[in-house]
Design a protein around this ligand. Structure first.
Ligand SMILES: [Zn+2]
Length: 184
């Protein structure tokens, strides 16, 4: 195991996986008494005065207020809202294969908002070009809207890449957020 790139799974107080963080951040949160260790890796970190095991799974000591902030308008959250599917052809895509599309083109006064932006694959985005879906003869899978929930699904983690220590905590979701930050 390459310790430098080792990741730690962060759980809410209710054992719900919310983020993948670096182990260094997990150790910092531990030192700040914001989290407690649930599972450890075999690997030890040797600092001059202490030897600790790398935390594999940590749990927040306080309630995580998932709904405290409105969902950030960002590319990754648009993809999450759309379940990483092109909203025209329905193809399931990786983040690299997706772009975003203005439903009403900007040239026709379309705004960059939750209601006018959808995930699209590059082929559909090119095909639609500067036209409305009707003009392009393309149909949207769903009407875009601002999500009222925090999309907890941001990056798909394949079961193969999940460390053994995480399995008890991620099996039932299979998908977890991998952005850092947000836990203050
Ligand atoms: Zn498409």
């Amino acid at each position: 195991m390459h310790v430098e790139s080792t990741r730690t799974l962060l759980l809410t107080q209710g054992y719900e996986p919310i983020q993948i963080i670096s182990w260094q951040r997990a150790v910092t949160l531990l030192a700040l008494e914001k989290v407690e260790v649930v599972e450890e890796y075999e690997t030890e970190i040797r600092a001059p005065s202490i030897i600790v095991r790398v935390p594999a799974v940590v749990r927040l000591r306080k309630t995580f207020r998932r709904h405290a902030k409105p969902v950030k308008f960002s590319r990754v959250n648009i993809y999450a809202r759309d379940n990483h599917r092109c909203q025209y052809c329905g193809m399931k895509c990786t983040i690299d294969e997706l772009t975003y599309d203005h439903v009403i083109p900007r040239s026709a006064g379309g705004k960059t908002t939750w209601e006018n932006i959808v995930s699209a694959c590059y082929a559909c985005n090119r095909r639609k070009a500067n036209r409305t879906p009707a003009q392009a003869g393309m149909k949207l899978l769903s009407t875009p809207a601002r999500p009222t929930w925090m999309p907890s699904v941001q990056i798909r983690v394949s079961t193969r890449s999940v460390p053994d220590a995480w399995r008890d905590y991620v099996y039932w979701t299979g998908e977890i957020d991998s952005e850092e930050g947000g836990v203050d």
